[in-house]
Structures are given as structure tokens and as C-alpha cells.
Write a new protein. Structure first.
Length: 146
């Protein structure tokens, strides 16, 4: 399974417009090679380079396995978004004022539809995904605000 973007390549800079203050736009994402026995996809976007540990930027689940290209603006019916670490539901882009940060886009192929309510946080997301994923793929983008 592979996660890709038309906006940036693995270990390259994500567009500045993905930053919260500069557009807060999710880069285009698409997944290839989803296992045939998967029933659902779930995505977490996070930054492990913050001073206090890790910051969750976006949680979304109940994505169809044949989703093709997607962003936060064209999520299919039934897709559910969780609460990011800034306390809002949906995507919250990077807002850093200095230093290089690695933004991890991690997608899971699952054997169930996650039984989580809209607005669930990362703790509930991780717990639900932990024992129900078949495969996963990641895409890492770099972000540095000037």
C-alpha cells in the first residue's frame, strides 16, 4: 500500500498553503494498493517535532477503500473527522515560527468501520485502529515557516 500526493513528494516540502496561517489547505492525497480484504481507510496527520512530543493535525476515518484522490474539501459521504490537538474538528495546518518540522500522513487499511463519533480524539482513534488494521502507508512532508 502507498500514500502519495500530487502536491509534494515523500520527504519534500509541503506547500506553504498547507500552513494554518497561509491557507490551511490539506494537500491532495491518494492511496494505491489497498489490500483486497480491507473494508475501510483511516488517516492521521501529525508532527512529532514539536517541543512537547507530538501534535495531531487531522484525523479522518470511514474513508472508502476506492477513494482515489481526496482532501478535506472533497471527503466522501460517511467520512468522519476527529478533533485535532488544537481542539477543533477537521484539519489544522502547521503554524510553527521556527525550525524544520516533519508532517506525517499515515493511512491505515482496516478490517472494520471504526465505531467512533465525529470529534473523537487521537486517543480513541489510536485505540480503535490498533487491533483492526491490515496494512498502512505513510507520506512525510517537511514544513518550515519563514
Amino acid at each position: 500500500m502507498r500514500l502519495k500526493s500530487n502536491d509534494f513528494n515523500d520527504y519534500y516540502f509541503v506547500p506553504k498553503t498547507c500552513g494554518y496561517r497561509l491557507g490551511n489547505k490539506v494537500p491532495s492525497l491518494y492511496v494505491e494498493g489497498v489490500p483486497e480484504n480491507a473494508t475501510d481507510l483511516a488517516l492521521v496527520v501529525y508532527d512529532p517535532d514539536v517541543s512537547y512530543g507530538e501534535l495531531t493535525h487531522w484525523l479522518v476515518w470511514n474513508l472508502p477503500v476506492d477513494i482515489g484522490e481526496f482532501t478535506d474539501n472533497n471527503l466522501p459521504p460517511g467520512a468522519i473527522q476527529g478533533t485535532n490537538d488544537m481542539g477543533t474538528v477537521g484539519y489544522y495546518g502547521p503554524t510553527f515560527t521556527n525550525g524544520l518540522h516533519h508532517i506525517h500522513f499515515l493511512i491505515f487499511a482496516l478490517n472494520i468501520y471504526l465505531p467512533l463519533d465525529s470529534g473523537s480524539n487521537r486517543l480513541f482513534f489510536d485505540s480503535a485502529v490498533r487491533n483492526n488494521f491490515i496494512d498502512h502507508a505513510s507520506l512525510i512532508g517537511m514544513y518550515q515557516q519563514e
